[in-house]
Design a protein around this ligand. Structure first.
Ligand code: SF4
Length: 383
């Protein structure tokens, strides 16, 4: 039987850079974009030779803004993926799209090449907040995109939202959630804004935190999201992710539960057979690699890091505990041949005594209070 694999394709282009974004992405000309697509196809072709024993159970085209590419470029990439990899007939195949970059023709092409899930970056339904974030679109643009997405036949749609934005009030956050839930997407991601060093937002706000919602307000927004989305029929299955029954993102769940993943494209990360590595993140250097050359792997794969068993256990705990169902002691035993309570007994007992985790043998999960201070709780699992 083939081993399950998650495939990620990185498309590092955007119309322009959002003020808060530290992802590996930016604007580029048509020529640079088409050259990149060809190079990525070469990478898919050459790297797939190592993965003939695998079956892709999810494919994720992320970015950046993959929907910025021409429909023919996405079709060419997907064609290469299907020719080179064994892709499960039931695979979840997602593309990230931003309002203002998709036409109905593009969406129909996505559907025709097997893409069955789409993730739309809305972030806020308030045009002033969108402008402050440096987004290229308005709420009206999003609505048009959403209608086209449904018209093209997508039955699995995610909408990304963001709280704790400059100038955002509880009322505007609730309004954003309400307007989103009314459209009935199958999945909603709701993250809080993080000030990332090196971004214009960091420069602007790290000495003026009073211009952002405070910690308490941010928490209140999180509680409001949880309560409102529950009312609307969304189950929270991970700290910041909500879905209707059966629509949890399989790609992300795979990541949190330690499935192997292969990242292709600029700067993409991989986790294969217990080893982490990252692709070259410099576009010029990446573009110059001869993918079928003798030194391709050496030039392409940087930061090779085989995880020790201790590191694998740590990841099992702190990624798995992000999920609301938590981690299972039986799975821990199966994977590592050791009893979870022998390895983590002291930590688990302490966290349980402080009501930060809930033990329902064989599973352990974060409590509501544990979720509130999850950074602290998860860090306790570092051995
Ligand atoms: S669209 Fe997304 S990836 Fe692109 S700059 Fe904005 S936040 Fe970053």
């Amino acid at each position: 039987m083939k081993r399950p694999l998650e495939l990620y394709l990185h498309i590092p282009f955007c119309v322009r850079k959002c003020e808060y974004c530290d992802f590996l992405s930016g604007p580029a000309s048509d020529l640079v974009r088409s050259g990149y697509v060809e190079q990525l196809r070469q990478e898919i072709l050459c790297q797939s030779a190592y993965y003939q024993g695998y079956e892709a159970v999810t494919v994720f085209l992320g970015g950046g803004t993959p929907s910025l590419l021409k429909e023919g470029e996405i079709a060419a990439l997907m064609d290469t993926v299907h020719r080179c990899f064994s892709v499960s007939p039931e695979a979840e195949i997602t593309i990230e799209a931003n309002p203002g970059t998709v036409t109905l023709e593009k969406l129909q092409t996505y559907r025709a090449c097997g893409i069955n899930r789409i993730s739309i970056g809305l972030q806020s339904a308030d045009d002033r907040e969108l402008k402050a974030l440096g987004r290229i679109h308005t709420y009206g643009d999003f609505l048009k995109t959403y209608q086209r997405v449904r018209q093209a036949g997508f039955a699995n749609v995610n909408v990304d939202l963001m709280s704790a934005l400059p100038g955002q009030t509880m009322a505007s956050w609730k309004n954003t959630m309400k307007k989103t839930a009314m459209l009935k997407p199958e999945h909603i991601s709701a993250y809080s804004l993080i000030l990332e060093e090196g971004t214009p937002f960091y420069e602007k706000y790290h000495d003026h935190l009073e211009a952002l919602p405070g910690e308490d307000e941010e928490r209140e927004m999180y509680y409001a999201a949880k309560a409102f989305l529950k009312e609307q029929g969304y189950e929270r299955y991970e700290i910041s992710n909500y879905a209707r029954r059966g629509y949890a993102c399989r790609h992300n769940v795979g990541y949190w539960t330690g499935r192997e993943y292969l990242g292709l494209g600029l700067g993409a990360s991989s986790y294969i057979q217990g080893c982490r590595f990252r692709n070259e993140p410099d576009l010029q250097k990446y573009s110059r690699i001869r993918m079928d050359g003798p030194e391709a792997d050496e030039k392409l794969h940087l930061e090779m890091h085989p995880l020790t068993e201790k590191e694998q256990m740590e990841e099992f705990m702190f990624l798995g505990l992000r999920m609301m169902e938590g981690v299972s002691g039986s799975e821990f035993l199966e994977r590592f041949g050791q009893n979870m309570w022998n390895v983590y007994g002291d930590v688990l007992k302490k966290l349980e005594a402080n009501h930060l985790i809930v033990v329902e043998s064989p599973r352990v999960r974060l409590s509501e209070f544990g979720i509130d201070i999850s950074n602290y709780v998860l860090s306790e699992f570092l051995l």
